[in-house]
Write a protein that binds this ligand. Sequence first.
Ligand code: GLC
Length: 612
Amino acid sequence: MKKIITIVLLVVFLLMFASCRKETVFQARNLQPQTNMFLPGWSGDDSYLEQLIAQMTLVEKIGQMTQAERSDIKAGDISRYALGSVLSGGGSAPARNTPEGWYRMVNGFINESMQTRLRIPVIYGIDAVHGHNNALNAVIFPHNVGLGAIAAGDLEKGRQAAYAACYITAQEMIATGIRMTFAPVLGVPDDIRWGRAYECYGENVEIISMMGECAVRGLQDGGVSACIKHFIGEGQTLNGRNQGNAYLDRAGIERLLPPYRAAIDAGAMAVMISFSSVNGIKMHEHKELITGLLKEEMGFKGMVLSDWDAVRQVSGGTYKNQIANAVNAGIDMVMATNGRDSWESFIRLLTELVEEGTVPMPRIDDAVLRILRFKQSAGILDTPSLNGHGSIGAEGNRSKAREIASDSLVLLRNENNVIDKLRSYKNILVAGQGANDIGMQCGGWTITWQGLHGASTEGTTILKGIQEAVKGNANVTYSEEGRADGKFDAVIAVIGEDPYAETEGDRENNINIRGKDMDMLRDVYSYGCPVIVIMLSGRPMTIGNEYENWDAFIAAWLPGTEGGCVADVLFGSRDFTGRTPYTWRKSIDGEILYPFAFGLSKYKNQYGLIVM
Ligand code: GLC
């Protein structure tokens, strides 16, 4: 009997990572007892929902349209206002940042919503964008730029990585009772100075479409509803400025739609609108693109969600006029997150707008229908809450994340095949802050919104991975500054970007190597032995001709908590299969250094010929 169970589980596990194709009918069932269900999806029949809406008061309808941040509400608010959703902003976590602490908090909100007259459950949303990244000690996967690097080298491998990373992310979310994530980002960055380039799968729209589809399927097969974002044109703003203005004609818009079409076809029932503007009109009041294009032309039947207090950026002058402009443009649920007053006054002002006819009741009913369709598709109308918390950070999840992170690494330079000689070296110096910094490996959206330096959460540093890989065969010395006594056979120097998120990551011009990293490099050049440089960054950094001093150069992007991935390809048998998902220029508008999809392997040169 045990043998039969083992075989069945093995088959389930193998199927779970079956390539993510439209024809995959297999809905990966959760292996955790508390989620013996997967998303039902929208039934297509609104009769039950319309009966429910017919019973709703205006207070209950507008309550459903309100999303508040967890720290802006107090006991009794959800039941009094019939709030539709609560969220965690980046880094917002319960006092006890444990699976039980999360579950108790989230379930407390859900239970309160079940005390309302019509017992419509609240849904809790969070930015789980590369793992359950607000949760301490969750497994953190490479940011999407790294997944895009896998796909740029091998599309099918990339799709499976997107699926697996999101499926496991969903599992770790479910373990804490959360069933909605504001992910994946489907932006198409045209300018890597944009601070959100690492949240995207690279510059190629076809790759983004396929990866986004698999991300949605992985999340939703894992029991979590995706909220794809940010519609539309976020990566086309002038000079890559976050929340800036994009000049787009119809063809320019059409170019950006395939990722949304693919994700919606894959079952996404929530879309978040971009802060940015198109041709001078804020997307959050762009009726032609939200209602005309997304809802009517593309036939999107789900819920349209605003971004963080973004309604206050639209025209109109007063919050009341801004609400009218945004809701009438097609926003269904408003993330009213500028303190308690923002959601309380949202409710009061929208009530006034409806009563005076500025926002027609049919618009309210359409918004509520879409919200209820989303909640139905998420399975929460039938199963408002899960029966208990699970665990996060399981070894099996970590080893999968490490495998995916290894596949995301891109070998850009390998003079005299120095990488393959590393295993024969006896004295290795590892240098650079990034070699011993989980926070730099993970980047933004990790434990805090902006990310942190240092041992911010459980994981394996690049240094630790190397020490474990060469144990007994070589001596490893570590110096953050790159200064150590002794002779070395090789130096592994880790450079990179400080963690950032959103506008904090915008750059006016070149994305230069940090001063402390340049100082370290100059120190390690003095040893006169091969220098292998590893870069932790959300995008191609500006390296000019500095690479000429490097015997090998590896782009590691933001690999997440499993930094042992680097040792697996440097010292292990794994080869490099990643390719750069962004065109890499010597300077922001300079000559191309590495073209899109460039990358080497340890065993083959760029012509695909075996190197001896
Ligand atoms: C942020 C981001 C968005 C995120 C939301 C909630 O400002 O623009 O991607 O989902 O707020 O944290």
